[in-house]
Write a protein that binds this ligand. Sequence first.
Ligand code: ITT
Length: 209
Amino acid sequence: MTVYVATKNAGKLLELRAIFGAHGWTLETFAGYAEVEESAGSYAGNAALKARALRAQLLRDGIDGAALGDDSGLEVEALGGRPGVYSARFGGAGVTWPERRRLLLADLAGTGDTARGARFVCALHFIAPGGRETAVESFLEGTIAPEERGVGGFSYDPLFLFEPRGLTFAELSAEEKNEVSHRARAAGALLAALRDAAAADGKPSHAGT
Ligand code: ITT
């Protein structure tokens, strides 16, 4: 199945393509996709805004296509859950990713708190051809590393320690990250929800293999 993704984030797109590709989905971007303001204040709300905006733009072009929105973020316990839903804008719009990561470490050091617990959250909102909507949200717990490590992944990955391997997400291979990440968990939940809905309807599933 072809699914259009409502994202301008290249790292996210690469991961979604790999994760859903393994289940027979082809993920496409839509040249006419115009981003909407992420004003919902929640991951689920923002993921829905993105998917609905893209779906409306597709329909205006005469395409009754499936649309997928991903809203995600990093929540740091000692920062009261910040940057959370504002992860992409933490420190301001003009800040580079190395600066943003340094800022996060400085904020964390400033709390005097030795706790370094964190979690990545991912909400996915899927709209099938015809318009039925399915929403899921998943998370993965980890800790914030004392300093950044690794060159893989994107954004906060060099700071997020995946405890079972003792490695940051930026030190894992793309394949390893895509097996365990918040995004992989949300994708699994979405595919399961689509399969359940199709079974209840007695119809073939959009969920692929
Ligand atoms: P789109 O809205 O166009 O999809 P975005 O980058 O603005 O792209 P979000 O609003 O969902 O995406 O912000 C999510 C931010 O959370 C993202 O920019 C990263 O900073 C962070 N994030 C989410 N998943 C991540 C991951 O797997 N690794 C590292 N950082 C991640």
